[in-house]
Design a protein around this ligand. Structure first.
Ligand code: CMP
Length: 138
């Protein structure tokens, strides 16, 4: 089915000048960029986005990292976009990610793992609405 998913290029990816590299992977895989913005999240915005992880031991580290510098937030659209994006990203821990994936090629650690992607179509709808107004979706 044609789906939409939310992608975030995290602060480490932006710091390493990998925005174009990562967006090109999405496009080459047949995903259309339906919305795109760069933003420097506040701590509160990062906490709101990751509130499902609020009780996790890494929540403080995660939200501090995500608000450290600018991120690139996009909506990717295409056939099975959620799964396709997760395949392109690779496993959460870069050390366990398959060759050729974004995290294997570019990421350094489970905390600084370069990209976020929605894990279901349902969560994608929530995540997209968190960052984009309807008028910003094309
Ligand atoms: P993401 O897909 O953005 O969603 C939650 C994030 O928590 C995850 O990617 C990881 O970057 C981060 N995360 C998961 N486990 C750990 C951990 N043990 N230490 C730090 N961050 C983690």
């Amino acid at each position: 089915a044609v789906e939409r998913t939310l992608s975030i290029i995290k602060p480490d990816g932006v710091e390493k000048n990998k925005i174009g590299n990562i967006l090109a992977r999405f496009e080459s895989a047949g995903l259309r960029i339906a919305a795109l913005k760069m933003a420097h999240l506040s701590r509160a915005e990062a906490e709101g986005f990751y509130y499902v992880h609020k009780a996790r031991p890494f929540f403080g580290e995660l939200t501090e990292f995500m608000s450290r510098g600018p991120v690139v937030i996009s909506v990717l659209e295409g056939a099975d976009a959620v799964a396709k994006n997760r395949e392109l990203m690779g496993a959460t821990d870069p050390a366990k990610a398959a060759p050729g994936t974004i995290r294997k090629d570019l990421a350094t650690s489970v905390g600084e793992n370069t990209v976020h992607g929605s894990d279901s179509a349902e969560n994608a709808a929530w995540e997209i609405a968190y960052f984009f107004a309807g008028s910003e979706l094309t």
